[in-house]
Design a protein around this ligand. Structure first.
Ligand code: SF4
Length: 554
C-alpha cells in the first residue's frame, strides 16, 4: 500500500496525519502537503490516482466522504474534473482546499471550453494561490446542457495553448500597467496533458500522436491517456513516446470501470472520444461489479509491468473500497496479467494500429510505423490554392513583395488602422470571396490555411476552432464529436497534407499561437503581407526544445 503523503503540521501538532480532520483554508496556503504526484513521478514510483467527478451542486457530501476515506486509506492523489461531459458542475477550485486540507495531493483539470485566455490565466493564478501545482490541461468536451439551452463554446485556448500559458506563468508573464513593465509572480506548476491512443482510423490516431508531441514540447511533464479498453493501443502510445524522444515523460494509463449503461452511452458517442466494441459491451451487460473490478485490476497490473508511471483510476459509483480492491488485486496479479489478455484487448473491427502485431497480443516495439504509403488525391480547390500560395502569397513570392511594400508603406505612414481604407488594401478585398467559397473562411484575419495545406479551415469546420490539431473527441468513423454528420476537419487536414506531398509530422513540431482577436473581420491576405498574422509567430518546437513565447520561427 502506498504511504499517506507527508502532511505539514503546525507547531502544536503531533506526528499523526490529519485523517479526516478539516483544517482552515488559510492553513492550506501557509502549510500545504508535499506534491505527492511530482515526487512519485520524479522518483519513478508507480502511482494510482483517483478521479473524482464533481456534481452540479455545491453540496457534495459524496465527494467529501470519498476524500475522507481516501485520506484514511492511503489514496494520495485526487484528480478533480473541470465541467466534464460539457455540463455545468462544481469546478476543481471549489474542492482543492478540501483535498489539500486532508493531506492529499490534488490534480486540477483545466479546460478551455468555458473561459477565454483571460479567465484561464485568472484561474491559474487562483489555483496557484490555493497551493495547487498539478494542472491537467484539456481542450474540453463540447458543451451540452445549460440554463436556457446549450452554452456558447469558447475554446480560445486549447490544451496545447493552455500548456503554453502555464509554461509562461512558471517564469512570470510580462505585462504593462501604462508605461511600467510588470511580471506576474513565478509559480512552479506541474502541468500534464492527455492523449487518446484508442483512435480507430489512421488520420485520427496520427493527429493525436502529433498533438502529443506538441504537448510535451510546450511543457507537459506527464501524460494521462483517454480511457479505453485495448491494452495493445495503450502500449503503442508508450512505444511511440519512447521512439520519438519522449520516453522520459511519465505516462499514466486511464483505467475507467464502466457500467453497461455508461458503456452504451460511450458507444453511442454521448461521451466523447470513447471506443467500445460490441464484444466488450455484451460482456459488460452480463457482468456484475466484481468482474469489472477484476478487469481493472488486471489492467493496472499490466500497465505497471509494461513500465507505465501510474494508473489513473475512475468509474461511476466507484467507492474507496473498490479503488483499494483494484490496487490490492493488481498487486496479487503481478506479472501474470498476460493470462488475462483477452480481458484487456478489445479490438474494434478494422481498426488501425501504428505498429505490426508482435504475436503475443501487443505490438512490436521495433516495427515500422504502418502509415499509409498511398497518396490521396488533392481536391481542385486545394490544388489551385496551393499554387496561388506558392506564387503570390508565400514569403519571397512576387505578390508578397509587391503588396507587402505598398501596404507596409501605407501602414507606416498612417501609423494606425487607416491603412485598411487605402487603395491597396481595398484591392485585396475580393480575395475573401474566394476564401469563403472554397475554404469556408470566416474572416478571422489570422489565417493558418497555408499550415493546413488548404485542406479546409479549422476556424470554420472545427467545432472548437482549434489551431494546433484535433481534440480527442472524434468518433469511430472519423466524424466530429459535436457534429456527427461532418468529418473531423483535422482528418481532412492529415489527408490533404499527404495529398500535396507535405509531411504531416510538422503538426507535431510547429506551435501556432492563439488567434489574435484584433484581426477579427479584417483581410487575412493583407495582414499576412504586412506580417501582422500568426505566420511569423509560429514556433518550431520539439520535446527537447522548450517553446518560447512569441519567439518566432526557429
Ligand atoms: S472537428 Fe475534430 S477537433 Fe474539432 S471539435 Fe470536432 S472532433 Fe474535435
Amino acid at each position: 500500500m502506498e504511504p499517506i503523503p507527508k502532511v505539514c503540521m503546525d507547531a502544536s501538532s503531533t506526528d499523526a496525519p490529519v485523517n479526516g480532520s478539516i483544517l482552515t483554508p488559510s492553513s492550506s496556503l501557509a502549510c500545504k502537503p508535499d506534491n505527492y504526484l511530482r515526487t512519485a513521478l520524479t522518483e519513478r514510483k508507480f502511482v494510482c490516482t483517483a478521479e473524482l467527478v464533481l456534481g452540479r451542486d455545491h453540496t457534495c457530501g459524496e465527494a467529501e466522504a470519498f476524500v475522507n476515506e481516501a485520506a484514511q486509506n492511503g489514496i494520495p492523489i485526487i484528480s478533480l474534473t473541470d465541467l466534464p461531459g460539457g455540463n455545468p458542475t462544481l469546478p476543481p477550485e471549489a474542492f482543492v482546499s478540501y483535498v489539500l486540507d486532508h493531506g492529499l495531493t490534488p490534480i486540477a483539470h483545466l479546460s478551455g471550453k468555458d473561459g477565454n485566455r483571460s479567465l484561464l490565466e485568472a484561474r491559474l493564478h487562483g489555483l496557484a494561490r490555493l497551493g495547487v501545482e498539478n494542472i491537467l490541461a484539456l481542450t474540453g468536451d463540447a458543451q451540452k446542457t445549460g440554463i436556457g439551452g446549450q452554452a456558447k463554446p469558447v475554446y480560445d485556448l486549447d490544451s496545447v495553448l493552455i500548456l503554453w500559458l502555464i509554461q509562461s506563468l512558471r517564469d512570470g508573464l510580462e505585462y504593462n500597467i501604462g508605461p511600467r513593465a510588470r511580471r506576474t509572480t513565478p509559480f512552479s506548476f506541474y502541468p500534464g496533458a492527455v492523449v487518446n491512443p484508442f483512435k480507430v482510423r489512421e488520420p485520427d490516431l496520427m493527429m493525436q500522436l502529433y498533438k502529443l508531441q506538441l504537448k510535451v514540447a510546450v511543457g507537459a511533464q506527464y501524460i494521462i491517456t483517454q480511457l479505453g479498453y485495448n491494452l495493445r493501443k495503450l502500449h503503442e502510445v508508450k512505444l511511440f513516446m519512447f521512439r520519438e524522444g519522449m520516453g522520459h515523460v511519465p505516462l499514466l494509463a486511464n483505467i475507467y470501470v464502466p457500467t453497461a449503461r455508461i458503456a452504451q452511452r460511450m458507444q453511442a458517442g454521448e461521451i466523447a472520444g470513447c471506443v467500445i466494441s460490441d464484444k466488450l459491451l455484451r460482456k459488460l451487460e452480463r457482468e456484475k461489479k466484481p468482474q469489472r473490478i477484476q478487469r481493472a485490476a488486471s489492467m493496472v497490473a499490466a500497465v505497471q509491468d509494461l513500465g507505465f508511471a501510474g494508473a489513473h483510476i475512475g468509474g461511476y459509483g466507484l467507492t474507496c473500497r473498490d479503488f483499494l480492491s483494484i490496487r490490492e488485486t493488481a498487486a496479487e496479479i503481478g506479472s501474470s496479467w498476460r493470462d488475462h489478455l483477452d480481458e484487456l484487448v478489445f479490438p474494434y473491427p478494422g481498426e488501425f494500429y501504428l505498429l505490426p502485431p508482435d504475436g503475443n497480443g501487443l505490438s512490436q516495439s521495433k516495427g515500422e510505423y504502418q502509415v499509409t504509403g498511398i497518396k490521396p488525391r488533392a481536391s481542385l480547390s486545394q490544388n489551385i490554392s496551393e499554387r496561388v500560395h506558392r506564387y503570390f502569397i508565400q514569403d519571397g513570392s512576387w505578390g508578397a513583395r509587391f503588396f507587402g511594400a505598398r501596404l507596409g508603406k501605407d501602414r507606416t505612414e498612417n501609423g494606425n488602422d487607416s491603412w485598411r481604407r487605402g487603395f491597396w488594401y481595398k484591392l485585396l478585398q475580393p480575395s475573401f470571396l474566394y476564401r469563403k467559397a472554397t475554404l469556408g473562411c470566416i474572416s478571422c484575419g489570422d489565417c493558418l490555411q497555408d499550415h493546413l495545406n488548404y485542406a479546409g479551415c479549422s476556424m470554420r469546420w472545427c467545432h472548437k476552432e482549434l489551431r494546433n490539431g484535433p481534440c480527442g473527441g472524434s468518433r469511430v468513423n472519423g466524424t466530429c464529436e459535436a457534429h456527427p454528420d461532418l468529418p473531423c476537419i483535422w482528418n481532412l487536414v492529415y489527408l490533404g497534407t499527404l495529398a500535396v506531398g507535405d509531411d504531416p509530422r510538422k503538426f507535431g513540431h510547429i506551435l501556432v499561437p492563439p488567434r489574435n482577436w484584433c484581426l477579427d473581420k479584417t483581410n487575412a491576405l493583407a495582414n499576412r503581407f504586412v506580417g501582422l498574422d500568426n505566420r511569423c509567430k509560429r514556433t518550431a518546437v520539439s520535446p527537447h526544445l522548450r517553446a518560447g513565447v512569441g519567439s518566432g520561427s526557429h
